[in-house]
Design a protein around this ligand. Structure first.
Ligand code: GAR
Length: 202
């Protein structure tokens, strides 16, 4: 059974999707929040999953502190689910192809430093794209640029606001793709070949 840590900073609806979906070969063993007030911690508590707070201001080297916690908890897979803190390469040296992130756009559009949460949808609407969606990818040193595991698109509607677009993308894309990618990882069905992620048959 693979031990999964979910990293959060806010509301935790993606964490909830993970808690609500049976994962073959994996269990959510810890929720680590960069924000002590994140509602995601309540969700963890309700589900009986241990929650930990690791605030950036408390550590001179945040990535090192995070890595120590993950290793202490014997974590096999790290899932970033609305985690708004940038980490450095030390994490990926240990957890190579074992950190997964969900991003609310079709990467490589509307991603990279400063592009997170509602800002992503503001940018998509300002650009006038007709399709947007979500991407689940392995995390590497370069922000939002790791190998793509799954993507799903939705239509952008004429009267969308950042909030309505965010809701559609969460409901139709993020909450489905993230548990699906985690499930595939835990079944050892993801093979990274350069930038490509091959999904192996059952
Ligand atoms: C989600 O839309 C997630 O894709 C996004 O933040 C939101 C968190 O919501 N993440 C990023 O923008 C990362 N670059 P949640 O806390 O309800 O899961």
């Amino acid at each position: 059974m693979k031990r999964i840590a979910v990293l959060v900073s806010g509301g935790g609806t993606n964490l909830q999707a993970l808690l609500d979906t049976p994962i073959t070969g994996g269990e959510i063993s810890a929720v680590i929040s960069s924000n002590p007030n994140a509602y995601a911690l309540e969700r963890a508590k309700k589900a009986g999953v241990p929650g930990y707070v690791l605030e950036k201001k408390d550590f001179p080297n945040y990535t090192k502190a995070l890595l120590e916690k993950l290793q202490e908890l014997q974590i096999d897979l790290v899932v970033m689910a609305g985690f708004m803190t940038i980490v450095t390469k030390e994490l990926f040296e240990v957890y190579e192809n074992a950190v997964i992130n969900v991003h609310p756009s079709l990467i490589p559009s509307f991603c990279g430093a400063g592009c997170y949460g509602l800002h992503v949808h503001e940018k998509a609407l300002a650009y006038g794209v007709k399709l947007s969606g979500a991407t689940v990818h392995f995390v590497t040193e370069e922000c939002d640029a790791g190998p793509i595991i799954l993507q799903k698109a939705v239509e952008v509607l004429q009267d969308d606001t950042p909030e309505t677009l965010q809701k559609r993308i969460m409901e139709q894309c993020e909450w489905k793709l993230l548990p699906q990618a985690v499930d595939l990882f835990c079944q050892d069905r993801l093979r990274v070949e350069g930038r490509q992620v091959r999904i192996l048959e059952e």
